[in-house]
Design a binder for this molecule. Structure first.
Ligand code: SF4
Length: 674
């Protein structure tokens, strides 16, 4: 028997924990912990420990499929690729590049994401997006405008050096559990943890101060804290003068804003807002950690800008322990954005509007067809398809849009109206059921490549085992398709693609990603940059931008028909639309069915026992669930995880005007026994 340990990265969340796959005679038989990994130090959460469980699941796609009425026919790769190239070429001929839409996968490697967007743009098409539209596009826009970068500013382990951590809209204790080890190390050293969330989560249990704000009132809470800091002279005037612009506008914008107003809007007592503001501003090193509770709103970019304002007026950035952490969701969503799978940026967040960028990519790629304007977001592509508009054909890689997009019924209508749909995935997802052609892909353990974690860590993983049946690596699929579309895609390996990325993408220049810990971007000869913005911000004049933002009530209002506010989020056992975790027996056993949390007072008044079968209804549709009576949620609010099919049918999906983020967090609803 030959046994080997193959270094790799957990395929679930963006913390990017390292592990080894134990391979016996070509079969993955277990995992070993990577004790010297800089982010995880050998630990894994339940999802990481169960990472191999879905590898050999009988539902894995093993052959290309083509639709034959209501049936699927197994076909060969040459036939499948010819079909796909023919369908895309027909759409190009008939509708031009604007008639195509592509969604990249945050489960693919950096090299695969890079090649997909290169193929799309080389066809003249600008319509490429990724799941970031549904999680952190508000961070890309909000932090990009305020700080010039949109990633975590400090590495995760540096959280241990913070003396005050404001965790807002994140339940990291369940959803990024390895982050908790660094936060609790800060607490052991005397640091304070302030948690702001509408729901009393396990993260809140470990906090020194819990701000249970009304859903959708983040801007009012943060502005309330800023108002206290201004009134009590707790600002860092030197930092503001030396390193920022826009402070006086923020100051005057809050002149008429009172603490009592913040209390009235948020439901958080004025004394707690004062306590949080003082703790954050006075601590020698404060950090902000946030997630989709902040971003997934129709005012998500305002929420992010408000957080940036808070840290900038206090100068809590650019030092050890001081920074901001937008915790990304999927394991390579950071890399997928870095690689330009966004409709408004080339790789490295280089702007479409800069003619020098256009010229650099035109020369490097040898293409005269690159689009000059930004494209549609994934949600706009669905709008166009649903309205029988410009989008006629789509190619979706590793995203179950039919389940994850807001108001998913509208997405299903869009997918059903497409003239041609290709889905490339590891399982036959709900989205794949609408496809004309399904391409079976290898999963992370079955291919080599790099991914970038939420802390900017580019990590290489080797191929550990062979994919099932005829499934192939996405890189192989994209290259073979691109050649059929007339493009010169003759890459022999992921390493060759990474060399091109390192040549072209400034933030990756010089990167030599390795297994076991990787390398942080931006890559510098003099060593890793574990803290961004120590001296400057990559914006005009090197200064960060403070912009005043006002509270706007964007969440759906309750009514006599829909008297509850439903909040939607994640739980520890599952991941995204659940296509992998629902096929992992140990994870499914932890959370086998959908539930809805309801406050015991509301449960009593509605006569609902714990575990009652209920239907939760919004103006868009309904979902069945079992009740969990708990004071984690406030009276008048409910919580439901989105991993089980149907939850995202319930939300409106109103768009953030700045980032195009779809509102996924809140919906007015009713709940009844069924
Ligand atoms: Fe995987 Fe994230 Fe858990 Fe680490 S914290 S083991 S990356 S799911």
């Amino acid at each position: 028997m030959t046994r080997s340990l193959v270094p790799t990265v957990c395929p679930y969340c963006a913390v990017g924990c390292g592990l080894y796959i134990v391979v016996d005679d070509g079969k993955a038989v277990g995992i070993e912990y990577m004790q010297d990994h800089p982010a995880s130090e050998g630990s894994l959460c339940p999802k990481g420990n169960a990472a191999l469980e879905m590898l050999y699941h009988p539902d894995r796609l093993t052959h290309p499929l083509k639709r034959a009425g209501e049936m699927w026919l197994s076909i060969s790769w040459p036939e499948a690729l010819d079909l796909v190239a023919g369908g895309l070429s027909k759409a190009l001929r008939e509708g031009g590049p604007a008639g195509l839409g592509f969604i990249a996968s945050s489960k693919c490697t950096n090299e695969e994401s890079y090649l997909l967007q290169k193929m799309v743009r080389s066809l003249g098409c600008a319509n490429i997006d990724s799941c970031a539209r549904l999680c952190h596009s508000s961070s890309v826009t909000g932090l990009g405008r305020a700080l010039g970068t949109c990633s975590t500013t400090n590495i995760l382990s540096d959280l241990a050096n913070s003396r005050c951590i404001l965790a807002i809209g994140t339940n990291f204790a369940e959803n990024h559990p390895i982050v908790a080890r660094w936060v609790f190390r800060a607490r052991e050293a005397g640091g304070r943890l302030i948690v702001a969330d509408p729901r009393r989560t396990p993260t809140a249990w470990g906090g020194d101060l819990f701000l249970q704000l009304n859903p959708g009132t983040d801007v009012a809470l943060i502005n309330g804290m800023i108002k206290v800091i201004l009134d009590e002279g707790l600002i860092n005037r030197r930092f503001i003068e030396d390193r920022t612009e826009g402070f006086s506008d923020l100051e005057s914008s809050l002149e008429g804003f009172s603490l009592s107003e913040a209390e009235r809007i948020t439901g958080v007592s004025a004394s707690d807002i004062v306590g949080a503001a003082r703790a954050y501003a006075r601590s020698p090193a404060s950090a902000i950690v946030y997630c989709m509770g902040v971003t997934q709103h129709a005012n998500g970019t305002d929420n992010v800008q408000a957080l940036a304002n808070l840290l900038l007026i206090c100068g809590q950035i650019g030092r050890s322990g001081a920074g901001i952490y937008p915790l990304r969701g999927q394991n390579n969503v950071q890399g997928t954005c870095d690689m330009g799978c966004l409709p408004d940026f080339y790789p490295g967040y280089l702007s479409f509007e800069d003619p020098r960028t256009q010229e650099a990519f035109r020369r490097a790629w040898g293409s005269n067809r690159l689009p000059a304007k930004k494209g549609l977001t994934s949600l706009e592509m669905m709008d166009a398809a649903a309205a029988n508009g410009t989008i006629k054909a789509m190619y979706i890689v590793g995203e179950d849009a039919a389940n994850t997009h807001p108001c998913s019924k509208r997405t299903a209508k869009a997918l059903g109206r497409l003239e041609f749909l290709v889905v490339q995935d590891i399982f036959l997802t709900e989205t794949a059921r609408f496809a004309d052609v399904v391409l079976p892909a290898a999963c992370w353990a079955e291919k080599e490549g790099s991914s970038t974690s939420t802390e900017r860590r580019i990590q290489w993983h080797e191929k550990a085992v062979e994919p099932p049946g005829d499934a192939m690596a996405d890189l192989w699929i994209i290259c073979n398709l691109a050649r059929r579309l007339g493009l010169n895609f003759h890459y022999r390996s992921s390493k060759e693609v990474m060399d091109e990325i390192c040549d072209l993408v400034p933030i990756y220049r010089g990167a030599k990603p390795s297994a076991s810990g990787g390398v942080l971007w931006p890559c510098k000869k003099e060593g890793e940059i574990s803290i961004l913005h120590e001296e400057t911000f990559p914006l005009a004049r090197g200064r960060a931008i403070i912009r005043s933002v006002h509270f706007r009530r964007t969440a759906e209002e309750t009514s006599s028909r829909y008297p509850f506010l439903l909040t939607i989020g994640r739980i520890g056992a599952h991941h995204n639309a659940g296509s992998m975790t629902m096929r992992s027996p140990s994870l499914l056993g932890m959370a086998p069915h959908r539930f809805v949390e309801i406050n015991p007072k509301d449960a009593l008044s509605l006569g609902l026992d714990d575990g009652a079968d209920v239907v939760v209804e919004t103006a868009r549709g309904e979902a069945r669930a079992k009740t969990r009576s708990t004071d984690r949620v406030m009276p008048g609010t409910l919580f439901m995880p989105f991993h089980f099919p149907g939850a995202n049918h319930l939300v409106r999906g109103y768009r953030d005007e700045h980032s195009g983020m779809g509102e996924l967090k809140i919906a007015a609803c009713r709940i009844e026994r069924c």
